[in-house]
Ligand binder design. Structure first.
Ligand code: SAH
Ligand code: TYD
Ligand code: ZN
Length: 410
């Protein structure tokens, strides 16, 4: 496809070349109530690469209010492994940037307060910025201070006026959700003290390519970062990438530490990651086309397996009504005939239908009533936690189906 005016990079305005089309897709976290009569919103989900700065990004942005609102169902505290991850994160901040009693941290996209709750408990000044009022309320109930707003330049200026500047800004699984990062970085420039740092973590494009985890691509994930594209992006806004560290959560992420140019020593990890990306040709167009071919093969394999199981009369359920699963169910064409229902622990998803594919969502208690023959693990990033919790499923002869990194029965 030729780059056109509507396919301009959101970071540098360079031409964006589409390399993967995932078709018409719904809002990934918009669970339907049976009997809903309003038409479901669909958009074209496709991803491209900027020929100038190499940033991987969606070619269409869904308006933010359609995704993040009072009814947004995702809860960060829904996984024990994630709760531990954020507890470790909070503890490490309390030993470093937030050592001093008077220090101040803001979190962009604090969700239900899983991280800030521990900062609040330690008595540190903090403020979460979270536009989804329902999850923000849960954080407030846990004594976390939250501003119900989208973080952007104006929000940051308000915070400076009322709260002063911060020592640390932190954001997990949210920066990749925000197309307008120019405004976000102007805001960070306004809100951080001169020596303040910004730490953020998001799914790594290197892991997405290595595992063919194309289900990381959905409406909320606008950007798919590499060290190279992040370094170039922050430089444009007067910042410097000073550290990079891998995280095992959510199928493979990187944590980036960013400071004002010249304020901190750059760790050797930055050059090491850049060199590894260059060796792998990670941000190259050829890697993107190969990835797209692998996605097509993965789709055919999953569709074929589910059809064979259906024809043989086996029952198949899904496990984890993830946002990621919207991409898979709608791209592969998974109907309730092929996967009868999905079990999920999130109260706001239960009793509803998954977006687009309309698979009924049931509570995990229903998983054993009776166990299906096969369970398609949509929450593959929580495989260890879920398989341990549901170990009796295998004891009863049940088998798991995974599709990351390959379609397999386990
Ligand atoms: N940090 C949590 C939540 C990630 S989900 C975790 O890692 O588990 C993404 C969150 O970002 C949602 O709660 C969503 O409401 C919020 N969000 C989306 N756009 C935002 C913006 N512009 N500013 C602040 N938060 C935003
Ligand atoms: P997750 O993979 O964290 O994110 P996303 O929606 O962004 O793809 O979602 C995990 C989902 O799986 C969430 O809806 C909660 C559910 N879940 C369970 O039902 N049981 C569990 O033990 C865990 C860890 C998650
Ligand atoms: Zn660009």
């Amino acid at each position: 496809m030729n780059p056109s005016e509507s396919f301009r990079c959101r970071i540098c305005r360079g031409p964006v070349w589409q390399f993967l089309d995932l078709g018409r897709q719904p809002i990934s976290d918009a669970f339907r109530t049976a009997g809903d009569t309003d038409p479901e919103f669909f958009f074209d989900l496709a991803v491209g690469r900027c020929a100038a700065c190499t940033m991987i990004q969606l070619t269409n942005a869904v308006p933010r209010e359609r995704m993040f609102h009072a009814g947004y169902p995702y809860l960060s505290s829904g996984s024990a492994v994630m709760r531990e991850h954020f507890a470790r994160t909070a503890a490490s901040f309390l030993e470093t940037e937030l050592r001093d009693d008077g220090s101040f941290v803001i979190e962009i996209g604090c969700n239900d307060g899983v991280m800030l709750g521990m900062i609040a408990e330690a008595g540190r000044r903090h403020l979460g910025v979270e536009p989804s009022a329902g999850v923000a309320r849960i954080a407030e109930d846990a004594e976390v201070r939250v501003r119900v707003a989208f973080f952007e330049e104006s929000t940051a200026r308000d915070i400076v006026a009322t709260e002063g500047r911060a020592d640390l800004a932190y954001s997990a699984n949210t920066i990749c959700h925000i197309p307008y990062l120019d405004s976000v970085f102007r805001g960070l420039d306004a809100v951080l003290k001169p020596s303040g740092i910004f730490v953020f973590e998001d799914p790594y494009f290197g892991d997405i390519v290595a595992k063919t985890s194309y289900d990381q691509i959905y409406d909320e994930h606008f950007y798919y970062f590499t060290v190279r594209s992040v370094r170039e992006m922050v430089r444009r806004f007067g910042f410097e990438l000073v550290d990079v560290a891998p995280l095992a959560v959510h199928g493979g992420e990187l944590r980036y530490t960013v400071a004002r140019a010249g304020q901190r020593t750059v760790t050797p990890a930055v050059a090491e990651w850049l060199a590894a990306e260059e060796r792998a040709g990670l941000a190259e167009a050829i890697t993107c086309s190969r990835f797209a071919a692998n996605v097509g093969a993965n789709r055919r394999a999953l569709r074929g397996l589910l059809e064979r199981l259906h024809e043989a009369g086996h029952s198949v359920a899904g496990y984890g009504a993830t946002a990621k699963s919207a991409t898979v169910t709608n791209f592969v064409g998974i109907t309730p005939e092929l996967v009868s229902y999905v079990c999920d622990s999130t109260p706001a998803k239960q009793g509803r239908l998954t977006p687009g594919a309309h698979l009924p969502v049931l509570s995990p208690e229903r998983f054993r009533e009776p166990y299906p023959d096969y369970a398609l693990l949509f929450a593959w990033n929580h495989a260890e936690e879920i398989m341990a919790k549901e170990h009796e499923f295998r004891d009863h002869g049940g088998r798991w189906i995974t599709y990351v990194p390959d379609v397999a029965i386990r």
